[in-house]
Design a protein around this ligand. Structure first.
Ligand code: HEM
Length: 235
């Protein structure tokens, strides 16, 4: 009997299935934080907010960060699998370039979760717990929470072009790269845009991404601009 799942191709499919599964968990909780919890915290009373920070937020953050880790590790696994199966030259083809753009966005998003948002939230949670126990608040908690907030908004901004490019790799099959075209301009332009936005996540402000409507508009606008640039710079 030839069981499709018990083949090399089936193994790759399993990796991809778990990748999407973890991705749904991660990005679902990201959207919950930004679209639902944030606006609720802005208008609820202080005791309710404090209670939620101590008992609800840690649970949501557990699914959030481990969802991110599962997505990242299965994504890396697929990159390694593709490299060994298709060869290094694959990364210069249309699908290879699209997946690398999506993976670059997603890797920065993963780093924002583990090295900016989660450390900041640990301080916010510890401070709320201390205050509830009658101890003084951590004076750095507000600033760290705000920095985590900018990184979280940036992840929403990145999520739309990230998913566009990642899903386009296999399904927007007409995307090709002219054989005589150097990929250097694409790498430079995309590098400047993506790293510039990441620098803003680490040092800047939310600006037009402050409201839910604002960040959703910015995210779709970024995806459209980057798609147009990807066509122009590869033809
Ligand atoms: C964290 C870093 C990530 C890396 C390194 C990564 C890498 C990859 C790779 C290598 C593929 C296979 C593409 C192909 O078969 O041609 C892929 C597909 C995909 N990824 Fe990611 N990914 C990451 C994050 C995410 C996130 C956050 C999501 C959000 C849900 C996501 C959703 C998808 C989807 C929907 C596919 C398409 C599967 C298909 O077309 O069959 N990925 N990713």
């Amino acid at each position: 009997m030839n069981w499709a799942l018990l083949s090399l191709d089936g193994l790759f499919f399993s990796l991809r299935w778990f990748h999407i599964f973890f991705g749904v968990i991660w990005i679902g909780v990201l959207y919950y934080f930004n679209f639902i919890q944030g606006p609720f915290f802005a208008e609820t009373d202080a005791p309710t907010k404090s209670n939620a920070i101590q008992k609800l937020v840690p649970r949501a953050l557990w699914w959030f960060r481990w969802g991110a880790m599962g997505t990242f590790l299965t994504g890396l696994g697929m990159l390694g699998f593709m490299d060994s199966q298709y060869g290094h030259a694959y990364w210069g083809t249309g699908p290879g370039v699209l997946i690398l753009i999506g993976a670059s966005f997603a890797t920065l998003m993963w780093a924002n979760v583990w090295f900016v948002i989660w450390p900041a939230q640990k301080i916010v949670i510890a401070s709320a717990t201390a205050v509830a126990a009658g101890k003084p608040a951590d004076p750095t908690a507000a600033a760290r929470g705000a920095r985590g907030g900018v990184a979280s908004r940036t992840n929403v901004l990145f999520s739309v072009p990230m998913l566009f490019f990642m899903a386009a790799a296999k399904h927007l099959s007409l995307f090709t790269i002219s054989p005589d075209k150097s990929l250097v301009p694409l790498v430079v332009v995309f590098g400047v845009i993506i790293l510039g936005l990441e620098a803003n996540a680490l040092k800047g402000k939310t600006g037009p991404m402050t409201s839910v409507k604002g960040v959703v508009h910015c995210a779709f606008a970024l995806a459209v601009v980057m798609y147009i640039l990807s066509e122009v710079l590869t033809k």
